[in-house]
Design a binder for this molecule. Sequence first.
Ligand SMILES: [Zn+2]
Ligand SMILES: [Zn+2]
Length: 128
Amino acid sequence: MTSMETHTITGGCYCGEVRFSASPDVRVRANCHCANCRRAVGAQAVAWIVIKRSQFQFTKGTPHRYQTETGAWRTFCPHCGTSLTYEHNKRADEIDITTGSLDHPEDFPPTKDVYPEERLRWVELIRD
Ligand SMILES: [Zn+2]
Ligand SMILES: [Zn+2]
């Protein structure tokens, strides 16, 4: 095991009002190009890690939570706006965390693109 797999994952928003921790059992590391993520986060693509929902908890502050027209629940810091999590009932036992909100995002490079067909043409896909 590498250190990335053995340590609790921590992260939070830009201003520090909202913090979270999660188990290190990351199921998926993906870079999402869907239009819903793009509009919700305000970025050309959004990298996520996926973990078991029961292994995630907010440890400080309370994020704002809203439901998108696609039925997903997204959270963000009510003070600074950082996008934090994504949940959908189609994957009821999972939660996605924005890789950019992690304390060590460099340890969690995405390994695949999702919704590449929705990407902006100037955004490159992951190649191996
Ligand atoms: Zn904040
Ligand atoms: Zn997306």
